[in-house]
Design a protein around this ligand. Structure first.
Ligand code: AMP
Length: 270
């Protein structure tokens, strides 16, 4: 695995694959890598001639009151995990390297970015869309891998690629969960043992919503009922949105967590 910091180094390294028209796979992350990220990297590695993983804690997607400063940044550990999962090129730009001056350009996907998580975190999805566009322009991948864990983000990025005719295939990857069912997330590391237990209410709520929907009931109400019973969770939303049962809330005082599951059972990927 080669680790590079600058856009120039990355472009030089990727030139041979581009010239030979081979598949360039790209896995953008913010670090704090876990088995969810690893599954994306493994999939990219199995489908592409070269796999690029990026680690960049994107300041554009955090509001001033959020956790930008305390977001986990353990570059040595992340590099080991990225390599073990099959990364060929690890791109770790610095904020100054990517943004030598404050950018004036924003990419934002209307409507989808204002719903659900977007309503509670104004500007968040524009920050995501802008950095992903920039990283796509830097890496110019043929395939880019995103987790269904962040379903709203995935739908927004699919829309963006379609609307702007960005020549990349977005590959959705299944949610990787801990043994007790909670979706793996870098932010789970913030949770105290009690909060970690309370976070499971989000999983139960999503399942209750799916079951209510299957029985012809009100999914949002069924899910909300579960969250209301958990003192450490403050609901943000419960909703069926684009074929998924979506729930989110604050666990403890600071941790914002989201969960989503397919409303219909999906056939496993061949
Ligand atoms: P992040 O570093 O949190 O920005 O996530 C980078 C990518 O990994 C995004 O496409 C996420 O959706 C994906 N991801 C994060 N957690 C999981 C998970 N538990 N299962 C599958 N994909 C995930």
């Amino acid at each position: 695995m080669k680790t590079v910091e600058t856009v120039e180094e990355l472009r030089t390294l990727l030139r041979p694959w581009r010239q030979e028209d081979r598949h360039i796979g790209f896995v953008p992350t913010m670090g704090g890598l876990h088995a969810g990220h690893e599954s994306l990297i493994r999939r990219a590695n199995s489908e592409c001639a070269v796999t690029v993983t990026s680690i960049f804690v994107n300041p554009l997607q955090f509001s001033p009151s959020e956790d930008y400063d305390r977001y986990p940044r353990d570059h040595a550990r992340d590099a080991l995990l990225a390599e073990a999962a099959g990364t060929d090129i690890l791109f770790m730009p610095t904020p100054e390297g990517l943004f030598p001056a404050s950018p004036l350009t924003t990419v934002s996907v209307a409507k989808l970015s204002e719903e659900l998580e977007g309503a509670s975190r104004p500007g968040h999805f524009a920050g995501v869309a802008t950095i992903v566009t920039k990283l796509f322009n830097i890496v110019q991948p043929t395939k880019a891998y995103f987790g269904e864990k962040d379903w709203q983000q995935l739908e927004i990025l699919r829309q963006m690629v379609e609307d702007l005719s960005i020549p990349v295939e977005i590959v959705p990857c299944a949610v990787v969960r801990a043994e007790d069912g909670l979706a793996l997330s870098t932010r789970n590391s913030y949770l105290s043992p009690d909060e970690r237990r309370a976070a499971l209410a989000l999983v139960r709520a999503a399942r209750a919503g799916r079951e209510a929907a299957a029985a012809g009931g009100d999914a949002a109400v069924a899910a909300a009922r579960i969250l209301e019973d958990e003192d450490l969770v403050t609901i943000d939303y419960t909703a069926i949105w684009r074929d998924r049962m979506m729930v989110a809330g604050w666990v403890g005082r600071t941790s914002y967590l989201t969960e989503n599951i397919a409303i219909r059972e999906e056939a496993p990927r061949p």
